[in-house]
Design a binder for this molecule. Structure first.
Ligand code: FEO
Length: 175
């Protein structure tokens, strides 16, 4: 079944937002680099790669179903934060926005009884649970750490262990 224009338009918007997410996390990575927190910077770089993979997952879904992807201007992200806590608070708030947007796309897929898109979106619903858990979890750790430099450096060492993101799938239906 060819994808409807309405659903393709909504997913196109989401491709743009996932690429914006990638820019936002790369911007955070650069900020952490400047603050001499390489573990945090690494974590954010992996997050940047994940967001690019999300954009590509949506991209492939549209192209495989006869739709046309249209690239649009990507908004410039924030570049300064007052603390690591603020950066992760922003990341968590951002992920909640992503979840809400994906649920709206899900509503369109439901209206259209588009089973193919529903399958793709189910993967994203699960992914968003992880994204919110990861960002809020680190934010909560930072809250507990407070002003302790030792705590911050310990968490930095832990975040340096985050494995690299999987490459974008060649097929949108792949898990
Ligand atoms: Fe692609 Fe972090 O949501």
């Amino acid at each position: 079944m060819e994808i409807s224009q309405k659903l393709a338009d909504a997913i196109n918007e989401q491709i743009n937002f996932e690429l914006y997410s990638a820019f936002l996390y790369l911007s955070m990575a650069a900020w952490f680099e400047e603050k001499n927190l390489p573990g945090f910077a690494h974590w954010m770089e992996v997050q940047y790669q994940e967001e690019f993979a999300h954009a590509m997952r949506f991209y492939r879904h549209i192209t495989e179903r006869g739709g046309r992807v249209v690239m649009k201007t990507i908004e410039g992200p924030k570049t300064e934060w007052s603390s690591a806590f603020e950066a992760f608070e922003d990341a968590y708030e951002h992920e909640k926005k992503v979840t809400a947007r994906i649920y709206k796309i899900g509503d369109i897929a439901d209206e259209e009884r588009d089973r193919g898109a529903q399958g793709l979106l189910q993967w994203f619903y699960d992914e968003q649970v992880e994204e919110e858990k990861n960002t809020s979890g680190i934010r909560d750790q930072l809250k507990m750490i407070g002003d302790s430099m030792q705590g911050l450096f310990m968490l930095d060492r832990e975040l340096a262990q985050r494995p690299a993101a999987a490459p974008p799938p060649a097929d949108s239906m792949a898990p």
